[in-house]
Write a protein that binds this ligand. Structure first.
Ligand code: SF4
Ligand code: SF4
Length: 292
């Protein structure tokens, strides 16, 4: 089976222990307003266009079968996304990296071939592979094949998940995942739905199921100024740590504006455009708020 992968990053050090390869699946069942990988929302391939890199050379217009690229009288380039079928021809032709096709069909063998390249680094650093997204569990068959492939090769596995995983799928994943990186985004159900587009309760049910199964969990908490940087939310995180023995660590993922340019490149309005990257000092204060 194939699935769309939008990135595979090698030598990652932030997605679990040691040196890791992180595999990013395309497609997500949440719509977090602060997402720094908005190209992961859709399960379909998508064209990203970075106007600041365009030199108006016309190479894209020459290859597009649907006339999606045009130039006005002043030579400024325009992209009509409604005409685009994401064939990728213009991205391949663009000489300046202004166009990028996000999402590539890959088989389990193809992904495992990349993962295996750094096996010796996993072994020496206590690392492994992390499956992320998007929501990796949406690509269930491929994910299970990859997890089994890693097991067979003795490679440590982590699954970064937003927690919206159907219980029966979670049962299959449990014996195959060494570490769950579980996102916890808001402790107020109404606000959770408002900012992520999804209900909170299934996330908590996933946490309860992980706890019952004795899984290893690292809680990952994106903290966004004006969204969830409240005493009540920090208190809720502390309470979860006390309540669920499966939570071995909790980490603050402080807001970073790194994803802003990707929203622009996708032609999607970014509602948090006024927010600035959180300072290291503020992140330290937040970390203290969730400490035991
Ligand atoms: S991806 Fe294909 S269809 Fe879309 S704009 Fe580029 S060449 Fe045209
Ligand atoms: S090929 Fe790239 S640089 Fe040239 S006009 Fe198209 S987007 Fe701009």
């Amino acid at each position: 089976m194939n699935s769309l992968i939008f990135d595979i990053q090698r030598f990652c050090v932030y997605d679990g222990p040691g040196i890791r390869t992180t595999v990013f699946f395309k497609g997500c069942n949440m719509r977090c307003a602060w997402c720094h990988n908005p190209e992961s929302f859709s399960t379909a391939p998508e064209l990203l266009y970075r106007a600041e890199k365009c030199v108006s050379c016309g190479a894209c217009a020459a290859v597009c079968p649907h006339g999606a690229h045009t130039f006005d009288d002043t030579g400024i380039h325009h992209l009509d996304r409604a005409k685009c079928t994401a064939c990728g021809a213009c991205a391949a032709a663009c000489p300046n990296g202004a166009l990028e096709l996000s999402g590539r069909e890959m088989t389990a063998d193809e992904v495992l071939a990349v993962i295996e390249k750094d096996k010796k680094y996993y072994a020496s650093s206590g690392g492994g592979v992390t499956f992320s997204g998007g929501e990796a569990s949406l690509h269930f068959d491929l994910l299970v094949s990859l997890l089994e492939g890693c097991r067979a090769r003795g490679i440590h596995t982590a699954l970064e998940t937003n927690g919206l995983v159907p219980p029966e799928r979670l049962q299959t994943l449990l014996p195959l995942v060494d570490l769950f990186l579980l996102d916890y985004k808001h402790s107020d159900p109404v606000e959770h739905r408002r900012w992520t587009g999804a209900p909170l309760e299934p996330v908590l049910e996933t946490l309860r199921a992980l706890d019952r199964a004795g899984a290893h969990v690292a809680l990952r908490c994106p903290i966004i100024p004006g969204v969830n940087d409240t005493d009540a939310h920090f208190a809720a995180i502390r309470a979860l740590k006390k309540q669920y023995g499966c939570i071995e660590s909790a980490e603050i993922m402080a807001y970073h504006d790194i994803g802003k340019t990707k929203w622009d490149a996708l032609g999607v309005p970014y509602t948090l455009a006024a927010l600035k990257t959180v300072s290291p000092e503020l992140k330290r204060r937040w970390m203290a708020q969730i400490a035991d």
